[in-house]
Write a protein that binds this ligand. Structure first.
Ligand code: F6P
Length: 379
């Protein structure tokens, strides 16, 4: 055991997802029960570290939260302390590196190590704080499942459950009206949610960022299904899906966020174009549903409760061993420390990667299996 550690802190950065509370509970319980550490929780992601907003955490603080979505520590996905929006002397917003204030706050509270729970943006800042000498352990979080070096992030499986439930519901109404239903799901630039959600929810067509689609091929498949007697079709559209001759659909730009682009609207877009191609032939109408933030909330499923517990407990074990500057990963069902430097911006690990994002491999097992059972990707 590392005798130097007496007090640790944790924070949850980036967008929320189900399972965050399970991780928080696991960190706090392991820290107190196994190591007798004191625990502080900074509020609102990195902004709490800057503004010195925190709570002291004990076993009561984490009682009754295991199953709940969201995070009792609150999130923020636009507080990069290395480029933080502050007002200058003229009252005008400027970007400033305020990370030293955060480091000073950690010192002020005698915090020996920091657990950072977040996705790529949060982990990038974790790497930068580690470079400044802060003793950090990262835990990968996101419904998108796009963090390199780890097989799976918590929150992903609960989000998949929401997608499958939505697809089950859409099937019955699509069947009743002989309609084409598009369901837009999240995932940013990675198609994991659309792919695994679509396969599990019996989608006929799945459109993901990694496989640009030809809308005519999508229309052909729908018409073919109609002519063979299946008068409805279900299409899962990843928010990052793009046509072979076009780009992604951007919903808005969020200044101050590590990735300022917010995707959204691809499903609606596809629904409109598809109807012009299909309706004259089959008479079918197309309706779009955007599942949106439902994917990030709700009761945490069993898998994510287990994963969150394993991630949290292992992170505190790493602290006790002095294993800093690393992220907890799960590889082949084994908890493994991976240097954060190798995770962030690496683009080297994962089924296939792009700019630090773990992407779906268009030639990998999942897409091959999906194509094998007749699912069309529009390529
Ligand atoms: O990264 C998680 C995620 O939910 C993405 O799937 C989505 O594109 C994005 O966050 C939405 O971000 P915001 O909460 O800022 O709208």
């Amino acid at each position: 055991m590392n005798q130097e550690i007496k007090k640790i802190a944790l924070l949850t950065g980036g967008g929320d997802c189900s399972g965050l509370n399970a991780v928080i509970r696991s960190v706090v319980r392991t820290a107190i029960l196994k190591y007798n550490y004191q625990v502080v929780g900074f509020l609102g992601g990195y902004s709490g570290l800057y503004k010195d907003e925190y709570i002291n955490m004990d076993l009561k603080t984490v009682s009754g939260i295991f199953h709940q979505g969201g995070t009792i520590l609150k999130n923020s996905n636009k507080d990069n302390l290395f480029s933080y929006r502050v007002k200058d002397e003229n009252g005008i917003y400027v970007k400033k590196d305020v990370s030293d204030v955060a480091v000073a706050n950690l010192k002020k509270h005698d915090i020996d190590a920091l657990v950072i729970i977040g996705g790529d943006g949060t982990l990038t800042s974790a790497r930068d704080f580690a470079r400044k000498g802060v003793r950090i352990v990262g835990i990968p979080k996101t419904i998108d499942n796009d963090v390199p070096a780890t097989d799976i992030t918590f929150g992903y499986r609960t989000a998949l459950d929401h997608i499958v439930n939505a697809l089950d519901a859409l099937h019955t109404t699509a069947f009743s009206h002989d309609r084409i239903m598009t369901l837009e799901v999240m995932g940013r630039n990675a198609g994991w949610l659309a792919l695994e959600g679509g396969i599990s929810g019996s989608a006929d067509i799945i459109l993901i960022p990694e496989i640009p689609y030809d809308i005519r091929k999508v229309a052909d498949r729908v018409i073919e299904r109609y002519r063979s007697g299946s008068k409805f079709s279900i299409i899962v559209v990843s928010e990052g899906a793009r046509p072979i001759d076009g780009d992604v659909t951007v919903k808005k730009i969020v200044e101050g966020s590590p990735d300022t682009v917010r995707l959204g609207g691809a499903g609606e877009q596809i629904a409109k174009v598809l109807e012009t191609l299909v309706s004259p032939v089959t008479g079918q109408e197309v309706r779009n549903t955007n599942l949106g933030y439902i994917q990030r909330g709700g009761v945490t499923n069993c898998f994510d409760r287990m994963l969150g517990t394993r991630y949290g407990s292992f992170a505190v074990d790493m602290i006790s061993r002095g294993d800093f500057g690393k992220m907890v990963a799960i590889q082949n069902n084994k908890m493994t420390p991976v240097p954060i430097e190798e995770v962030v911006g690496s683009g080297v690990v994962g089924e296939t990667s792009h700019g630090g994002t773990k992407m779906v491999n268009p030639q990998g097992d999942l897409v091959t299996a999906a194509k094998g059972i007749g699912i069309v990707f529009g390529d």
